[in-house]
Design a binder for this molecule. Sequence first.
Ligand code: OXT
Ligand code: ADP
Ligand code: MG
Length: 569
Amino acid sequence: MNYIEDNPNACLTDGMHLLVDALKMNGVDTIFGVVGIPVTDLARHAQEVGIRYIGFRHEQSAGHAAAISGYLTQKPGICLTVSAPGFLNGLTALAEATVNGFPMIQISGSSDRNIIDLQQGDYEGLDQMNIAKPFVKAAYRINRPQDIAVGLARAIRAALSGRPGGVYLDITTAMLSTTMDVNEASATLFAPVEPAPVQLPSSTSVKRALKLLSNAAKPLVIIGKGAAYAHAEGVLKEFIEKTGIPFLPMSMAKGVLPDDHPQCAAAARSLVLGQADVVMLVGARLNWLLNHGKGKKWNSNAKFIQLDISAEEMDSNRPIDAPIVGDIVSSLDMLLCKMEPFNIKCGDAWMKSIQAVKQVNAEKMQQKLTTPTVPMNYFNALHVVSEVLQDYKDIYLVNEGANALDNTRNIVNMYNPRLRLDTGTWGVMGIGMGYSIGAAVTGGKQVLAIEGDSAFGFSGMEIETICRYRLPITILILNNGGIYRGDEKSHGTNGDPAPTMLMPEARYDRMIEAFGGKAYHVTTPEGLDDALSCALASKYPTLINCVIDPSVGLESGHIGNLNPHSSIK
Ligand code: OXT
Ligand code: ADP
Ligand code: MG
């Protein structure tokens, strides 16, 4: 039911009610936001008509929740913000959604144009749409209620089609309160048909790629989060297993195929990048995370095949020998369909050399995981985590930090797609609580968020949100007392702590107690095992403060190479 159906005798409706009706008609079931002038009633009315409204403490987290919900559902996640500062707080998350390729719409209340355009100093006045434009796929303003359905349809299509991304939708205070005849308003409503149509690749491009693969001695498939977003796991498994080609998952693509798959080459990363002669990118960009496909990490003679929905992604960093432009599922389907005459089968020698390196690296890793230390380090603590998670292979794992991120990625295996949610393309801190809440609300599964102590601080106040909605989220803080490490000496003479230092021995666990959540403070592997097992079994909002040796982190984690002038190695 919507406002118009509920009130058949009413003659008039207004922009606010019509927007909620349009959202409902378009299948929006959840809005993440922070209310205030002029959108409070919009949230109230959404709740009245059965749309879930999740209220946050800060718009950035609400935006991250919307973004991850878009990634998980292939429907745009909706974030609602107030004008000016609320809009700007949400904009970081909207920009990140765009960079990561997650479909999201930020709907923001805004001031009336006549005051903004003459710069007459409105309450929270800002020219929001112009500010949003460089950060989003598209930005639209709805000035009249009769344009709401069209405005929303354009926003949905822009967020979902091609490479997904963030869209800004500006709704002015005047539009929200403008009235129009109920029947005329009702007649304007519609939902766009097939907003993200299937995009078939050309068969010429597919045959070109198959020819290249058939001549490869050391082929490699790199799986990115585009494949996870596209739900390509079924057809990808068939392709990988039919061809026998090894695969390397990017961080958020871990689990698209299980990390313990015999063809997974994650533990032989340098070897496969350095030696592969034909590399097939499946929903992964050749950006900084892959050293732009150039330099000493790579075999300089390697040929590239790239499967991507975005034609302009091709050649962005280096020439692509066989571009396949289309949606990933259709492209892999066509590769499989046309494969037979090309006789593609990965040779034994290549797989054997990968297995040998995997074994050496696995043994080195096992040694680190099982060496006890006091206090704990990342390895023996995360070993406990990975053991406990053997009984929880189907929960979301949210992860941010530097050492807390890189070590978790390499130690905690993923077995199912779209469960690992992390700092993504920008490597940005602050996604933690927003992603956890968005995933718990949208995906309906419990969440473990593994957080560096610095990373947690960017969105920590949202533990109140987690407790208020009683969400099944466990937060594990790997607390080493600082950014990268917690033992840096001051560089000044006035006694101020060093720039990377946070409060030594901070008791983050006590924060969640204030909101009725469960808290643990652990200093030993046994304590961590007990706390994590109890927390996950209870599905109750829980925070585990896990003390890590302040001296064991690496400066910048695994990306110290991006910080060549650092005085600390
Ligand atoms: O093959 P080789 O021999 O090379 O070995 C490789 C693999 O084969 C092997 N391996 C394995 N061996 C055995 N077993 C297994 N299972 C296995 N798996 C892999 O291990 C090696 C290495 O493998 P890896 O990691 O795959 O390879 P590599 O070369 O490291 O990969 C490169 C990358 C780039 C693909 C990868 O490292 C990656 O994805 N990295 C992401 C990095 C990232 O995004 N980092 C976050 C940003 S850091 C920094 O910017 C931070 N800030 C600044 C800041 C940010 N970011 N945002 C905002 C809004 N403000 C400020 C801050 C403030 S981090 C940060 C906070 C940090 O402090 P915290 O307290 O939160 O965290 P702590 O550090 O814990 O204190
Ligand atoms: P990662 O960080 O895991 O390497 P990226 O975000 O860099 O992944 O790359 C994901 C790529 O996937 C983007 O270039 C995007 O255009 C592409 N992509 C997203 N969805 C689809 C889809 N349905 N079909 C084809 N390509 C897609
Ligand atoms: Mg830290």
